[in-house]
Design a protein around this ligand. Structure first.
Ligand SMILES: [Zn+2]
Length: 124
C-alpha cells in the first residue's frame, strides 16, 4: 500500500492499472467506492491507497449473455467478488475456473474500451 491523499497512479476506473480504495484517517475503516466521507464514522479525512491486488474469492458468476453488444464480443466471461487483503470487497473479472475461497491476485485485461481488474488463482 502507498499512503497518499491522491493516488500514486489512477485506479482502473480512471484508466490506470491499479485498484485503489479509501481508508478513513479517523477510524481506519476501508471503502472501495469513492465517497466524500467515511461510511463508518462520517469523517471527511480519507486517504486514497493503492491495493496490492491480492485477496480471496467471495463469489463467482459466469456471464454467458452479455448486457451490451460491445460486451458480447468478450463473452462468455466470469465476474468475481473478491475480498481484498486490505479489507474491502470489489467486483472484477476473473478466470473461468475460479471457485469460492480461492486465493487470487490481479492483473489487468482490456474489456470493451478500458482496463479492468482480472483475478487468477495463486499457488499460495
Ligand atoms: Zn471513519
Amino acid at each position: 500500500m502507498t499512503a497518499a491523499t491522491e493516488p500514486a497512479n489512477p485506479g482502473w476506473t480512471e484508466g490506470g492499472a491499479a485498484i485503489v480504495f479509501q481508508r478513513c484517517n479517523a477510524c481506519g475503516a476501508k471503502q472501495y467506492f469513492r465517497r466524500a466521507f467515511c461510511h463508518a464514522c462520517g469523517s471527511t479525512e480519507l486517504s486514497v491507497l493503492s491495493a496490492e491486488g491480492t485477496g480471496t474469492v467471495y463469489a463467482v458468476s459466469h456471464v454467458t449473455r452479455a448486457p451490451t453488444p460491445e460486451a458480447r464480443a468478450h463473452g462468455p466471461y466470469t465476474i468475481v467478488l473478491v475480498d481484498a487483503d486490505e479489507g474491502f470487497r470489489l467486483m472484477a473479472h476473473g478466470a473461468h475456473d475460479l471457485a469460492i475461497g480461492d486465493r487470487v491476485s490481479a492483473t489487468f485485461n482490456r474489456f470493451i474500451d478500458g482496463l479492468v481488474p482480472y483475478f487468477e488463482r495463486t499457488t499460495s
